[in-house]
Design a protein around this ligand. Sequence first.
Ligand SMILES: Cc1cc2nc3c(=O)[nH]c(=O)nc-3n(C[C@H](O)[C@H](O)[C@H](O)COP(=O)(O)OP(=O)(O)OC[C@H]3O[C@@H](n4cnc5c(N)ncnc54)[C@H](O)[C@@H]3O)c2cc1C
Length: 395
Amino acid sequence: MKEYTQKFDVVVVGAGPAGASSAIIFGQNGISTALLDKKNFPRDKTCGDGITYKAKADLIKLGVLDEIEKSAPFKVNGYSLIFSDNSKLKFEFADNKESQIYIISRNEFDNILLKKAMEYKSVHFLPEIEIKKLADDFKGVVSKNNETIHAKTIIDATGYNSILGQHNREVHKNALAVRGYYENLTGLDKTVEIYFTSSVSPGYFWIFPTSDSSANVGCGTFINIVEKKSLNLKAILQDFIENHPIASQKFKNAKLEGRIEGGKIPLAFGNFDWSRVTNNLISIGDAGGFVNPITAEGISYAIKTGILAAEVVSKAIKNNCYTEKELKKFDALWLKEFSNQYKSGDIYTESFSKELVSKYFISNFQKNLEDKDLSNVSDIYEYMVKLKVISKSLK
Ligand SMILES: Cc1cc2nc3c(=O)[nH]c(=O)nc-3n(C[C@H](O)[C@H](O)[C@H](O)COP(=O)(O)OP(=O)(O)OC[C@H]3O[C@@H](n4cnc5c(N)ncnc54)[C@H](O)[C@@H]3O)c2cc1C
């Protein structure tokens, strides 16, 4: 059994957006950090690749915005919503960076963050180390090859399938989504396209353009609905591409590059406010179930939780006080940041402040999902997204 002789202040397990963002903050604070991943980078992660305006301030803080802009030269600046009756709502925001949406492959995006983290002397990236458990004394982690990496605190950034932290993986709180990359599309503009149809509902299809003729295309819905209705999302996506009255026109000469891949998404839904801190372990990003429950956006939440956790841990280490009580300050910070969004989606926080209305929709939505009565859920979901996008356009 190999022991890493170096004792780190912190070990960050998982170098996706959550873990790499944490590592950058640790680097900025001079905290000795082991950043581990079971894979070497660059590596792909199945995703829609859409990064919204919510991430912008944090990308600046992490020092990577310029690099991201260079890697996503196609400027996407709005939303097109196509509803089940084929009616369309299109919002194009003023051409400023504030509302820009970056569509950038995770291969590239995650590697930009990782490279930035590796610029800091105190951050050590250790690739191809798969962690299987916490060390017996909770002061580090143990790999599949039985290597122990010692650290005072541990950040779990291992994504949906985390085995380290606590989880909230009830099927009605998680989504399943598939996506593929298509070339030779026609009729794309500079908006992300979201389609609602009865074949995945609640949920949506997306066309996220990466140029005027290429896009990341996918669809997703709740796992319990996939199971209850025995849905084959890959076949449903193919049917959408071939037969949707509006979308199919864009795919007449389109070609799939690579394969359609799928992945699970942990939504911060229902009882979302469980503690993400146990002993000296903090769960961030998908490992902590931090994805927006209405839109399934997770990247900006992974980045934000990575930053907040690293700020709390940096302070604890500098004060030599890394007790559970001290680390639980992370819970207060993310609750302050996200709980309104998680409670009622962005409608509640951004829109018309019609608290009673949004509460009514959200509570109905949740109740119907939990009771597995799906009849009412689709309409409510469509309505919620409509309100969310309208509210953003009025800002
Ligand atoms: C089909 C699909 C489409 C999506 N579309 C979007 C979108 O358009 N926009 C958006 O914002 N979000 C989207 N999401 C959600 C988004 O992908 C996640 O929220 C985001 O990747 C979370 O980042 P993370 O760093 O927490 O985890 P991850 O990106 O999953 O990174 C986890 C890292 O941990 C490593 N790891 C895992 N286990 C171990 C282990 N035992 N030991 C060592 N390393 C380990 C992995 O190799 C990986 O590098 C989508 C998700 C899916 C599935």
